[in-house]
Design a protein around this ligand. Structure first.
Ligand code: ATP
Ligand code: MG
Length: 393
């Protein structure tokens, strides 16, 4: 059957009551955005508390499903048959035809669940259930009714038009992006940070990103990899403005003036400071990193505390309790893994010490950072001011 319409069901509404429309509007907006990339013309709209997508001509079913399955806030996608003719006699035949086309093998149990949203409609829902069920049994004697655990739950809703559907394809869940402010993702070329961005976007947060680039120590290809990753995350989060910060001078200064076993921590503290500054300039409310406890020396609890100390904004670390394999599993699911494992150097890997501290002493770190005073302030300002913005869509 060629479905021309889809009913979009959402489960979790963070903002109930009078803010509900904000949630629905954001969802419609994100659906439209996702469908822009699919060939064909589509109409997404809300109507009495429901969201519909309508194809206005030929389209590729698989592509539409794939696009909708990336829109956060969607719990279920139900392809449906919509008919304007409400005449019950003809409706019965339409339903039979629907069942025939959607289920070539007729060995299944079913239940009809009708709803009469149009209260003027002369036939009550109970009666509709009975009559439609009877007609299906008559047309397909191999089918059976099972009201408790049917294989097929057939919904027939009489509204302005009649909606007939029985298939429910799971969506990604979460909340529509744009319903919960904006955060700045520290995006490296690794496996973790794209996953972290995905997870926070899933809760309805709009994501901007910042990448610390250290040419010529890190190549143009390393930067391209980060752009590619931002684009992959953007398939879920919507377009991501990626701020590319030139970090070379700051790294060299730190390398020159600070004990080498503290390089990573001090470098990470400057990344956080700069990311926060850029976030503030762009109305961001929080930072996001791909850190997970104990994964590397810079992610022991002491190191995380040392990194965190310089931030005023909340730092979201959605992967904090995840094992590496769990993170890898998500990155494979969302399609970032293959790009993340491309072998391009990261600015951190070039400047890392052979034996980084795993229990940084905050007093000592602060003291080491004193060696940077007089030069670092200007460098930080310049790094913020000269960041290049790349639109990743
Ligand atoms: P990832 O896989 O995300 O690169 P990682 O395991 O390599 O993480 P680190 O290199 O310690 O861990 O980085 C921790 C976090 O710091 C990253 O998840 C990311 O959020 C941020 N980060 C590290 N390097 C950069 C960079 N060059 N630009 C932007 N953010 C970075
Ligand atoms: Mg990394």
């Amino acid at each position: 059957m060629e479905f021309q319409s889809f009913l979009i069901k959402y489960a979790e509404i963070g903002t109930k009551g009078k803010n509900r429309y904000l949630f629905e509007d954001a969802l419609v907006h994100q659906i439209k955005n996702a469908l822009k990339k699919v060939e064909g013309t589509f109409l997404a709209s809300k109507e009495s508390g429901r969201i519909y997508v309508q194809a206005m001509g030929p389209y590729d079913y698989g592509q539409v499903m794939e696009a909708l399955q990336r829109v956060f806030g969607i719990a279920w996608i139900c392809p449906m048959l919509q008919v304007e003719d409400k005449d019950f006699g003809r409706l019965k035949e339409t339903v039979v035809d629907y069942v025939d086309q959607v289920y070539p093998d007729k060995h299944f149990t079913f239940k009809v669940e009708s709803r009469r949203a149009d209260k003027e409609y002369p036939i009550h829902s109970e009666q509709m259930n009975r009559d439609l069920g009877e007609r299906i049994l008559e047309a397909f004697p191999d089918t059976k009714v099972d009201v408790h655990k049917p294989d097929v739950l057939l919904k027939v809703e009489v509204r302005k038009v009649v909606n007939i559907y029985s298939r429910m394809v799971p969506g990604p869940g979460g909340m529509p992006v744009g319903t919960n402010g904006k955060a700045m993702l520290l995006l490296s070329g690794g496996i973790d940070s794209p996953v972290a961005g995905y997870m926070v976007a899933k809760r309805g947060v709009k994501v901007d990103a910042v990448y610390f680039h250290a040419p010529p120590y890190t190549s143009g290809r390393a930067k391209q990899k980060v752009v590619d990753l931002a684009r992959l995350v953007a398939r879920y989060s919507g377009p991501i403005p990626l701020h590319v910060v030139n970090f070379t001078d700051i790294q060299l200064l730190i390398y020159d003036k600070c004990p080498h076993e503290e390089l990573t921590i001090i470098m990470r503290r400057y990344m956080m400071r700069i990311a926060e500054e850029i976030a503030r300039k762009n109305d961001g409310l929080a930072l996001i990193t791909g850190e997970s406890i104990g994964q590397v020396a810079s992610q022991t609890v002491k190191s995380l505390a040392a990194t965190n100390e310089v931030c005023m904004m909340p730092v979201f670390r959605p992967l904090i309790g995840f094992d590496k394999q769990e993170i890898v599993d998500i990155s494979q699911k969302i399609g970032t893994f293959e790009t993340s494992i491309q072998p391009f150097e990261d600015c951190c890997t070039i400047f890392v010490a052979k034996h980084p501290v795993i229990k940084p002493n905050l007093e000592r770190i602060r003291k080491s950072e004193k060696n940077l005073e007089g030069k670092i302030e200007e460098m930080v300002r310049e790094a913020v001011d000269t960041a290049e913005m790349i639109w990743c869509d």
